[in-house]
Design a protein around this ligand. Structure first.
Ligand code: CTP
Ligand code: CA
Length: 227
């Protein structure tokens, strides 16, 4: 049975959740983005709120309504999202990185709209690596804090997600096969990886159900460690 509607078991806990896709500017009117809708992260924020937690949602580009009853922080780029999360993290019990953070940003952001030359047939954009928020937080996280990441894969789901679990210092990775229709969809099928357990394959269910189960898992984990 779902524990989270029986009482408010996360009362007194502070949880940060990131959602949506980051936006990396090219010039004042253009950006590099991705297909994340923010649905999964927002569903997790609602589940955590309903379980009694004090929730902060750090969100990028989202295409669904923002929830009520939580702290909202808008953060468009990866760098701004990192700074917002870092500021909150020390005083938080958990971070759930559901955001689709851009791996790259334009090396130079034009401060005026870029114009085509009449005979120009090609444009090269130079991109540089963004900070990895999950991995950076993974390096500063205390033993009493819980870190949950996602993994979006089109192939070799388990191997790739397992590698991310190890590399990023996360307690859990929620792995997602994005070769099927996931972006903007209402349902999701995920595999949960953690350091101490075998991969757990969850059946296809709504993103709300996935969110509730992630919060159940977080609850168990905080309980086990007497956090
Ligand atoms: N993530 C992050 N900062 C980044 C990139 C990713 O915090 N700059 C987080 C995501 O929010 C997610 C996890 O890392 O929780 C995995 O993201 P994913 O894109 O699947 O993996 P990457 O590590 O970026 O590897 P790649 O895209 O090359 O597969
Ligand atoms: Ca990535």
């Amino acid at each position: 049975e779902n524990q989270i509607h029986q009482d408010r078991p996360l009362k007194g806990k502070k949880i940060i959740i990131s959602a949506g896709g980051t936006i990396e500017s090219i010039d004042p009117v253009r950006f590099i983005g991705n297909r994340s809708s923010g649905k999964m992260g927002i569903a997790i924020a609602e589940a955590a709120r309903d379980a009694g937690a004090e929730v902060t949602l750090v969100y990028g580009n989202v295409s669904v309504a923002l929830p009520e009853g939580i702290n909202l922080i808008k953060a468009e780029s990866a760098q701004v999202m990192y700074e917002a999360i870092k500021k909150q993290f020390a005083s938080s019990d958990a971070l759930i990185m559901a955001a689709a953070v851009a791996d790259w940003r334009a090396e130079k952001v034009a401060n005026k709209k870029m114009k085509k030359q009449p005979d120009q047939q090609k444009l090269q954009l130079e991109l540089v690596r963004n900070i990895d928020i999950l991995q950076t937080i993974g390096q500063i996280k205390r033993a009493d804090q819980l870190l949950i990441g996602f993994a979006a894969e089109t192939n070799d789901l388990l191997e790739n997600a397992q590698a991310k679990l190890a590399k990023k210092g996360a307690d859990y990775i929620v792995a997602n096969d994005v070769s099927q229709d996931v972006f903007g969809a209402d349902q999701d099928q995920v595999v949960i990886l953690s350091k101490n357990k075998k991969p757990e394959f969850w059946p296809r269910m709504t993103k709300q159900e996935v969110a509730n189960k992630i919060i159940d898992e977080l609850l168990e984990s905080l309980k086990d460690d007497k956090k």
